[in-house]
Design a protein around this ligand. Structure first.
Ligand code: NAD
Length: 387
């Protein structure tokens, strides 16, 4: 018997950078049915060792060699922040689809140029804002979009880690050229800002930020000017106000990312270290935990809820779903959750506004996307309320 195989062709991916996040990408590529073909890094021996660790077929002596490999469909950029723009530009110019780690670039101009380039070339270009891919984060967004919260009053978010207090070695993160003008906010505040905009369907219009560099020397004595902590007051385009606290010096906090969105009718809290429930309170009565229990979920959240309720899903599942959607987009099937370079550029603009506000001590407008940028969930909703 002959059975036609209608499954799409497996995509062949290469990784630039083979450090801590590369393993998460490698597992997600395979979970999506793709092939991790090869790895390039800062030096040939590093590429070789990463390729062996990640079980890739080959390594490249230089990232340029990977970028010139015509057999690759997709390039994942997992190198330090300051290298992202050049590698992403080269990959898009070579006609490859791209997954680029956050921050997409260290300047808003570069980030916007990359977003425009991907659109102009018709290539899929995504940024792993993967916390969006937790089913209960999607559920929060679906309930907000359906009007269950009523008019949004406030947002309260935080992203707290402790690792900066523990490190006793220098790394690329102690080099301002490699990190860009913001360290903590660009690194993890970009996730928090993205999740805020994703769940509310609104965008941050202006910020008032205070930042602190608690240790102004790296472990080896290199001067550090970028921040360890950022406390940011935000105003959303729809009028809600809120606070976002970002710190990499909060003892005991491994990856404490949370966002609470409060409307006149209901309040929702998503915590990524407890991602299988959503806390809620409703004005008409009742409060508690909404479980990731498929019959109760929106269609959008149910799509991502791939394990039975009571069987916890986590970070790698969210990452896998993100890469699966990236591959589906390459095959022509887009999803509303997929964070593109336009979303990556939005977070570079937000980060720049935080840096500028902290420097001047006043409210700072977040630069608007250029008029040609395609509508995101946030801009679509804003447009709808203006019509
Ligand atoms: N999406 C997420 O949740 C998440 C989590 C962690 C890190 N990240 C991002 O991923 C990137 C890498 O972070 P990491 O924690 O894996 O860092 P890491 O230090 O563990 O790894 C960096 C890798 O890049 C390589 N490298 C250094 N300079 C290079 C260059 N010029 N060209 C090519 N390769 C180079 C290093 O050899 C190493 O293999 C950062 O931009 C970071 O912000 C994202």
């Amino acid at each position: 018997m002959w059975i036609a195989d209608s499954r799409p062709r497996p995509l062949k991916a290469g990784l630039i950078g083979g450090g801590s996040i590369a393993g998460v990408h490698a597992r997600a590529i395979r979970a999506a049915g793709g092939v991790l073909h090869g790895v390039a890094s800062s030096a040939p021996d590093r590429a070789r060792s990463a390729a062996q660790t990640l079980d890739a077929a080959r390594w490249y002596d230089h990232p340029d060699e990977l970028l010139a490999d015509d057999t690759l469909d997709l390039v994942h950029i997992c190198s330090p922040n300051g290298t992202h723009a050049d590698y992403a530009r080269a990959a898009l110019t070579a006609g490859k689809h791209v997954v680029c780690e956050k921050p997409l670039a260290v300047s808003p101009a570069d980030a916007q140029e990359l977003a425009a380039l991907a659109t102009a070339r018709g290539l899929v270009a995504t940024v792993p804002f993967v916390y969006r891919y937790h089913p209960m984060a999607v559920e929060a967004r679906a309930r907000a979009a359906a009007g269950a919260l009523g008019p949004l009053v406030s947002v309260r978010g935080g992203y707290l880690q402790e690792w900066r207090l523990a490190y006793d070695e220098d790394g690329w993160w102690t080099n301002p050229t490699a990190t860009g003008p913001s360290r903590a906010f660009g690194d993890i505040g970009s996730h928090l800002g993205d999740l805020t905009e994703f769940i509310t369907g609104d965008h941050v219009r202006r910020v008032s930020a205070a930042t602190r560099t608690v240790r102004d020397r790296s472990p080896r004595g290199r001067p550090l000017t970028t921040e360890d902590v950022a406390a940011v007051t935000v105003e959303l385009a729809g009028g809600a106000v809120g606070t976002l606290l970002v710190s990499q010096m909060a003892l005991g906090r491994k990856n404490h990312l949370f966002i609470e969105v409060s409307g006149t009718e209901a309040n929702l809290l998503f915590e990524q270290e407890n991602p299988n429930t959503l806390w809620y309170a409703a004005r008409t009565g009742g409060q508690g935990a909404i479980p990731r229990d498929t019959p109760q979920l929106s269609a959008e959240a149910a799509r991502l809820s791939v394990l039975p309720a009571g069987h916890p899903m986590g970070y790698q599942d969210a990452f896998n779903a993100f890469v699966r959607d990236t591959h589906a987009a390459v095959h022509g099937q887009t999803s509303a959750e997929l964070p593109t370079f336009h979303d990556g550029a939005a977070m570079v603009r937000l980060t720049q506004a935080v840096v500028d506000s902290a420097a001047t001590g006043g409210w700072t407008e977040v630069a608007a996307p250029p008029a040609t940028a395609p509508a995101t969930a946030a801009t679509t909703k804003e447009q709808a309320t203006h019509d």
